[in-house]
Ligand binder design. Structure first.
Ligand SMILES: Cc1cc2nc3c(=O)[nH]c(=O)nc-3n(C[C@H](O)[C@H](O)[C@H](O)COP(=O)(O)OP(=O)(O)OC[C@H]3O[C@@H](n4cnc5c(N)ncnc54)[C@H](O)[C@@H]3O)c2cc1C
Ligand SMILES: *[C@@H]1O[C@H](CO)[C@@H](O)[C@H](O)[C@H]1NC(C)=O
Ligand SMILES: *[C@@H]1O[C@H](CO)[C@@H](O)[C@H](O)[C@H]1NC(C)=O
Ligand SMILES: *[C@@H]1O[C@H](CO)[C@@H](O)[C@H](O)[C@H]1NC(C)=O
Ligand SMILES: *[C@@H]1O[C@H](CO)[C@@H](O)[C@H](O)[C@H]1NC(C)=O
Ligand SMILES: *[C@@H]1O[C@H](CO)[C@@H](O)[C@H](O)[C@H]1NC(C)=O
Ligand SMILES: *[C@@H]1O[C@H](CO)[C@@H](O)[C@H](O)[C@H]1NC(C)=O
Ligand SMILES: *[C@@H]1O[C@H](CO)[C@@H](O)[C@H](O)[C@H]1NC(C)=O
Length: 527
């Protein structure tokens, strides 16, 4: 019989396992965390407490069902499943009497930053049981629970041929997406998701329940629109509704292109942003490379808010022959749920973002192609073969149309300004299989985005982007960064327009003078 050879790697892995086991035995919830959990369980919300909870399916789903599997390495001391603002208020009041116990708030669990919606040996507040969608009697708004996924909200409104401005993949959570802005297929028409929130029901740091809207708690209302999770725990969002499609039917789906089409796809994307004036049309262009095979493909999401695209908006794309074509006329909710195939579980993930200009003409196509080749070069020239890396680069149009719609619907903390012209939110996504890849992925992400940034800075500083009217054209001013796609070390709120950060910081301090959120939970901070 052949004995498996002990390689340095297998020895190292073995050693790490022993270490992990030993740590597991030595660590556990602190006495304070256990006591806080006991106290929380005396409230009316379902509470599952470690270690008995390791046999409970609700606890295990809350602990393990994260898009980025690295979050499942953490072990909550307990998970509480509130079904009302009152129950959340009770949990916060208990947390206030146990000042050393950390906590996290989880909606859809899609954020890739470990510790933002996950917690080790602290209290996890899971909104999975607060996921209803209720249409108002005048049908102008819908109340959506913080634990709903976009496919829940969108399918609930479908019978009325109505929709909300939500995420582009049905499985993503309402809570995190709206607090970070929220880019939707409907954003060029109606602005970001957060621009369409008319009321937030919020539990504050002192456990008080308030509503924040255009008339009450107006500073908080503004801060929740893109400022992230440091202002309060939102238990319910009231969202504007809009008619969707042609009697509910939209033209939408994905097409996959092989490597020979990538440059043409990128050029078509640049032209789409430069020339398209129809806010009903949207794309997301993602380019992927698997490190083990070096196979490169583009996956393009197409969307038109109507049964057939008008005015030839997608003609340049339509002329390119894909290897797979799922674009069809369908309901918005079928499209959103179908997109769940791009929300694969079981892997570790990392997101990192940067913002680039959409430059006119061949500068624009050069920039798109060069950005892509810097990304591919990095992947090819670095020895990344272990463990199962896939790199993906998404070009998400941040068009003037969108900025204008954002301002028109009341604006938000991000302070998009249509006079700044067309830009692109780049989302770099890396996936891999085991913790061995964690540091490699983080450093790859940092290097790829900084390569992109320095190319823009050295080649195109001062060159106006398409639809530019005014604004600072140095690279540093190609802002804002998109909070929902930002990595933990990035500073999205600091990149917002009009000194938003200073205002957000003051509001944070005002609603949370004792630093409950900054010191007790993860997220992008204002300290
Ligand atoms: C497959 C995929 C597709 C995506 N598509 C889009 C897209 O189309 N548009 C877009 O804008 N973004 C998109 N994103 C990014 C996404 O918006 C962020 O990852 C967002 O944080 C996810 O929200 P969540 O509720 O699912 O995540 P969670 O991880 O549950 O929460 C994210 C953050 O928000 C906080 N939070 C959540 N709910 C609440 C609440 N009720 N009160 C207070 N804090 C709360 C959490 O504490 C955490 O810090 C996508 C991400 C993935 C992985
Ligand atoms: C825990 O809960 C009990 C009653 O349920 C209460 O009397 C006690 O004060 C609580 N302890 C703390 C520290 O909050
Ligand atoms: C709420 O979530 C549960 C569990 O995922 C699901 O079965 C249920 O259908 C959801 N409810 C709504 C209204 O979407
Ligand atoms: C994309 O545009 C560039 C001009 O910047 C051009 O050189 C290149 O050939 C175009 N690619 C394709 C496939 O048309
Ligand atoms: C930024 O603030 C200035 C001055 O208050 C205002 O004129 C401008 O409209 C603001 N920009 C945005 C995008 O709101
Ligand atoms: C293209 O970029 C160069 C700088 O790299 C600049 O000199 C030129 O004016 C730009 N062209 C246009 C049309 O903006
Ligand atoms: C543009 O922004 C850069 C970097 O923030 C800054 O140094 C420069 O002074 C600004 N220029 C103008 C004209 O405001
Ligand atoms: C709770 O905090 C809010 C915001 O700071 C404040 O307005 C309110 O008075 C506080 N409530 C109590 C009971 O202290």
């Amino acid at each position: 019989m052949l004995l498996p050879r002990a390689t340095p790697l297998s020895i190292a892995v073995h050693f790490l396992c022993i270490l992990a086991l030993a740590q597991g035995l030595l660590t556990g919830p602190s006495p304070e965390a256990s006591a806080a959990c006991q106290n929380i369980s005396q409230g009316s919300a379902e509470t599952q407490i470690y270690p008995q909870a390791l046999a409970d399916p609700d606890y295990l789903t809350a602990k393990n069902h994260y898009w980025d599997a690295a979050n499942a390495d953490l072990t909550p001391a307990c998970v509480v499943f509130p079904t009302s603002a009152e129950q959340v208020s009770y949990v916060v009041s208990v947390l206030l009497s146990f000042p050393t116990v950390p906590f996290a708030v989880k909606s859809g669990g899609h954020n890739t930053n470990v510790g933002f919606s996950s917690v080790d040996f602290g209290v996890l507040i899971s909104f999975s049981q607060l996921n209803s969608t209720i249409l108002s009697s005048d049908q102008a708004t819908a109340e959506v629970g913080s634990g709903a996924r976009w496919e829940n909200a969108i399918s609930a409104l479908e019978p009325y041929n109505l929709a909300v401005v939500g995420g582009r993949i049905g499985d993503v959570g309402v809570g995190g997406l709206l607090l970070g802005g929220g880019l939707s297929f409907l954003s060029a028409q109606y602005g970001l998701g957060c621009d369409n929130v008319v009321n937030y029901e919020v539990v504050l740091a002192n456990s008080t329940i308030v509503n924040a809207n255009e008339h009450r708690n107006t500073d908080l209302f503004w801060a929740l629109k893109g400022g992230g999770n440091q202002f309060g725990i939102v238990t319910k969002f009231t969202l504007k509704t809009y008619p969707i499609g042609t009697d509910g039917q939209v033209w939408a789906g994905t097409r996959i292109y092989d490597a020979t089409k990538l440059s043409a796809v990128l050029n078509a994307t640049q032209h789409f942003i430069e020339y398209n004036d129809d806010p009903k049309a949207a794309v997301i262009v993602t380019l992927d490379i698997a490190v083990d095979t070096l196979v490169q493909v583009a996956v393009v999401f197409f969307f038109y808010d109507g049964e057939t695209p008008q005015g030839g908006v997608f003609d340049e794309f339509n002329a390119l022959i894909p290897t797979s074509d799922q674009v069809t006329t369908q309901t918005y909710s079928d499209f959103e749920s179908g997109n769940d195939e791009y929300s694969l579980y079981g892997l570790r993930y990392l997101y990192r973002t940067t913002t680039i200009p959409n430059l006119p003409g061949i500068n624009g196509t050069d920039l798109y192609n060069t950005v892509y080749s810097k990304f591919v070069d990095y992947v090819i020239t670095n020895d990344l073969l272990f463990p199962g890396f896939v790199f993906s680069l998404a070009y998400q149009p941040l068009q003037t149309l969108l900025s204008a719609a954002s301002v028109a619907s009341g604006g938000d903390a991000i302070q998009l300004d249509p006079r700044n012209g067309d830009r692109v939110w780049i989302d770099l996504v890396i996936s891999w299989e085991t913790a061995v890849g964690d540091d490699i992925a983080a450093s790859a992400a940092e290097q790829i985005t900084s390569d992109i940034d320095s190319y823009v800075r050295t080649t195109y500083a001062g060159v106006p982007n398409t639809r530019y009217v005014e604004g600072n054209l140095t690279y540093e001013e190609y802002n804002p960064l998109f909070l929902n796609d930002a990595m933990y070390d990035q500073k999205p709120a600091q990149s917002y327009g009009n000194n938003s950060y200073e205002r957000l910081r003051a509001i944070q301090k005002n609603v949370d003078p004792n630093g409950f959120f900054p010191t007790r939970t993860g997220g992008f901070k204002y300290t």
